[in-house]
Design a protein around this ligand. Structure first.
Ligand code: EPU
Length: 423
């Protein structure tokens, strides 16, 4: 297992090119399975989760070619002959559950492993399954697997209201409906950019989808979908992560290129409220750190609210703010595994329920830390970059799931991060 050794403190200066989005690419890859001819997806990041999903897709007989040099995936499901996603692969990445909607949409039936728990709670898939039943599918659970099927070539459809709104359930229901449901409406649908990109991509393939980006999405069945050549979006969470990292050290001045600022919701204004100077020009974002970071409390909400995938990074920034702030997670109530680790570095935080209270500013000093998930891990790297001395971040495989070339990008902007074998 690899670890990072980080020498700090160092400011971030220069520029970083943002990669393609992991969470947007995965639904596009599932959508490609629905096509009757090959689909090419550009701007796909080289990340562990993408490789895992490639393997999940290949199990079905679908061909997946990843031109890594050009970040381009080609997916051809013309030889798909096995509509299953096994536990051995699904347990490695929850989003493999998108195979349920994709395979049911493509072949009319699927056997997909339930994903199991996750580092910060149960993360159920009940809405995916109830939504499919509302569409007219038969759903059975057997020995940890979901067996889903449509009773005929098509079903009349219907309506399902997600409560709470869910990105994953919205994606799965769209994938299942486009070729199977005469008319299906998702209420309280996710409005996240990842869902909008999925709908736009499926529409280019020939799907009939209305309401993407609103909370009511209506899908009308089409007989066929053609493969296309299309592009993924830049990663809005990677963008937000580096924007926060650039606000943490008073001498930082960082330019991010290849961004999609309109996908960031109100986040740039949250960062401006800390005193950081944020300038957006086309697809470029420039962040200059403030002399003194003002405390700013945030609460995570569904898009366009503050993203849960940035709350750990925000709390890390707030350890350097001049006073008290809170970070409340309304999406995942228990996503605070980073808190004890930041304390080990000298930060002053406490958790009560789904809220962490942070008293800044604390001088951080390097030590060994470890974490159990992607966003917590990147927060510890950010803390290590402003801590005095040497910080070891263990188990960086979490980072390899979601941040392409993390240490190269940060080192090119002035950080001192070295990857080693933990042993
Ligand atoms: N929920 C249910 N039942 C369901 C599905 C969801 O109760 O059947 C609840 C969840 O427990 C949660 C809320 O609904 O409280 C929202 O969860 P959602 O389904 O939207 O999350 P997801 O689709 O499983 C995606 C991202 C996550 C991100 C969340 C929220 C991918 C692959 N994952 O997960 O990203 O945190 O949306 O925006 O797109 C990450 O990248 O680090 C990550 C975890």
């Amino acid at each position: 297992m690899d670890k990072f050794t980080i020498d700090g403190p160092t400011p971030l200066r220069g520029s970083i090119a943002v990669s393609g989005s992991k969470n947007a690419a995965l639904p596009l890859m599932a959508a490609a399975i629905l096509g009757d001819s090959p689909t090419t997806i550009r701007l796909v990041p080289k990340l562990k989760d993408i490789y895992t999903f490639n393997n999940v897709i290949r199990v079905t007989g679908t061909s997946v070619q990843f031109d890594e040099e050009n970040n381009t995936l080609k997916i051809d499901s013309q030889n798909l002959g096995f509509a299953e996603a096994p536990y051995e692969l699904v347990r490695k990445m929850r989003a493999s559950f998108y195979m349920l909607g994709a395979l049911m949409g493509k072949t009319g039936e699927a056997k997909v492993s339930l994903p199991g728990g996750c580092a910060w709670g149960p993360r159920p898939v009940d809405l995916h399954l109830k939504g499919l039943e509302a569409m007219g599918a038969d759903i059975k659970l057997e020995k940890g697997y979901v067996m889903g099927s449509f009773p005929g070539d098509s079903v009349p459809g219907g309506e399902y209201e997600l409560s709470p709104s869910s990105v994953g359930a919205t994606v799965n229901l769209i994938l299942a409906a486009v070729r199977r449901a005469e008319v299906f409406t998702i209420k309280n649908a996710a409005r996240e950019p990842d869902v909008v990109l999925l709908c736009d991509t499926l529409s280019k393939m020939g799907a009939n989808i209305e309401g993407a980006g609103t909370d009511t999405i209506t899908i009308r069945r089409v007989d066929s979908l053609k493969g296309i050549d299309t592009s993924n979006d830049p990663d809005r969470i990677e963008t937000g992560t580096y924007m926060i990292a650039a606000a943490m050290h008073p001498e930082s001045s960082l330019t991010l290129t290849g961004c999609k600022p309109e996908d960031l919701g109100a986040f740039p204004d949250d960062l401006r409220n800390t005193g950081a100077k944020v300038t957006i020009e086309g697809d470029t974002i420039h962040v200059e750190a403030p002399e003194t970071i003002k405390p700013v409390s945030v609460e995570t909400q569904i898009y366009p609210g503050f993203p849960t995938d940035l709350q750990a990074q925000w709390a890390t920034l707030m350890t350097q703010a001049d006073g008290r702030s809170t970070v409340t997670d309304n999406i995942y109530f228990d996503r605070f595994s980073y808190v004890p680790e930041l304390k080990r570095l000298g930060a002053d935080l406490s958790v009560k329920g789904n809220r962490v209270t942070i008293d800044g500013s604390s001088a951080l000093s390097g030590t060994s830390v470890m974490s159990t998930d992607l966003r917590a891990s990147v927060s510890l790297v950010m803390a290590g970059m402003i801590a005095e001395g040497t910080t070891d971040v263990l188990r960086v495989y979490h980072l390899d799931r979601g941040y392409e070339d993390l240490e190269d990008k940060l080192n090119n902007a002035g950080s001192v991060i070295v990857r080693h074998d933990e042993d």
